[in-house]
Design a protein around this ligand. Structure first.
Ligand code: PHB
Length: 394
């Protein structure tokens, strides 16, 4: 009897101890690529996230303990690292994920473990569509959201025949798919498509040669990170700009690497949810702070991290202190940020935000910059098969 009572009291003390530990410290598992073709993206997201915590993380009443893990842009490693962060490090929330392939691989684990995940890049449509979860909230973009407006916009410019090229994995397929859907619905024709092996293509020459032979009026592509730098440089060397202008989703000419592309990127027209030249007071303040702390202009990846920190700190400030309450509060995120009015659609947990069509041009200082051609109104994604209960509001 005495033994049982002691055991019960010890158990109670452990539970109370765990509760008070939860109340004054939250573990954040930062799960990003720090190696592979998207390593620079991971580093930039982390820089934005830490800046956001500095700006919005005062007076939270809890310590935030960041534990970093490298996905290596590899779905199996990403899943192993997610498990480690949740099971071993007891992460209260996960932040990150750059690749749609990694997001697809960890979705069931995150949902089953009931740990909130703030997606700070990966556009995988399914994660806020048919595989949505009350535990997954996306502060970045969805693949369809960035590319569908561009299909309509290019058709409006009178372009009718397009060749597409993309990295052959979930993001490439979905981004090109979103563009194709609206472009063909507006009467455009896709005259041919090429898919380049993801993370394995150094020479885009054979693919560019096929695009050139197709007789299309324009080429539309999805590439990001190291692949985007190589692709834009090789497209320029092929001398195709005169005959077949280059369009794409705006990761192609991200601020993060446009100066590595230099003049090769001049004249490329793309669409994205953030450009540093976006004219709003929050963006001006954000750019000033990012430049002061990191020493260069931010890109969309920096904004994803910064806004993820803002959403997380808003949730904590609203009283969320454990996995369930954090997940619930994150779904109610809404603020004016560097991209303009930014909110989460609780029907899908995807972000709602405007899309900018922009041309990359050589700026007055000689550095490359973005000339905004159109600001397309914010649109919530269709629910795409997502069914989940509304967040609790009390
Ligand atoms: C993705 O895999 O979803 C992805 C990766 C890099 C980007 C955009 C999307 O820049």
């Amino acid at each position: 009897m005495k033994k049982t009572l002691t055991a019960a009291l010890t158990g109670l003390a452990t539970i109370l101890g765990a509760q008070s530990a939860l109340a004054d410290k939250l573990n954040i598992g930062l799960l990003l690529p720090f190696s592979g073709v998207y390593a620079a993206l991971g580093t930039e997201i982390e820089a934005g996230f830490r800046l956001g915590l500095e700006h919005f993380g005062d007076d939270l009443g809890v310590d935030l303990n960041i534990i970093r893990e490298d996905t290596e842009v590899n779905p199996a490693n990403g899943l192993a690292r997610a498990r480690k962060l949740v099971m071993q490090d007891r992460a209260d929330v996960l932040v990150g994920i750059v690749s749609s392939g990694v997001l697809g691989a960890i979705r069931d684990f995150v949902h089953g473990a009931q740990v909130p995940l703030i997606v700070a890049n990966a556009g995988n449509d399914e994660a806020t569509g048919e595989r949505c979860s009350p535990y997954i909230t996306r502060l970045s973009f969805s693949s369809g959201q960035v590319n569908r407006p561009m299909g309509r916009w290019m058709a409006e410019q009178g372009i009718t025949r397009v060749y597409t090229l993309g990295a052959d994995y979930a993001a490439g397929r979905q981004m090109i798919g979103g563009f194709t859907e609206t472009f063909t619905a507006a009467g455009g024709e896709i005259v041919g498509q090429g898919w380049t092996p993801f993370q394995q293509t150094q020479d885009f020459g054979p693919y560019l040669a096929q695009a050139r032979a197709s007789g299309a009026e324009a080429i539309y592509v999805f590439y990001a990170g190291g692949e985007a730098i190589a692709f834009v440089n090789q497209y320029d060397s092929f001398g195709m700009a005169e005959t077949m202008p280059l369009y794409g989703s705006g990761f192609l000419t991200s601020q993060l690497y446009i100066n590595a592309q230099g003049e090769s990127a001049n004249g490329v027209i793309t669409a994205l949810h953030y450009v540093p030249t976006a004219d709003n007071p929050e963006n001006v303040a954000f750019i000033e702070a990012f430049e002061a702390s990191i020493g260069r202009l931010p890109s969309e990846y920096g904004v994803h991290g910064y806004d993820a920190a803002r959403a997380l700190t808003d949730a904590i400030r609203a009283g969320a202190r454990d996995r369930a309450s954090l997940a619930n509060a994150l779904r109610m995120t809404s603020f004016d940020g560097p991209r303009g009015a930014t909110s989460i659609d609780p029907a899908t947990n995807n972000i709602v935000q405007p899309i900018f069509v922009y041309e990359t041009v050589t700026g007055e200082t000689g550095a490359m910059t973005q000339n905004i051609l159109a600001t397309l109104p914010a649109e919530a994604d269709p629910v795409n098969g997502c069914a989940m209960p509304a967040p609790a509001t009390n």
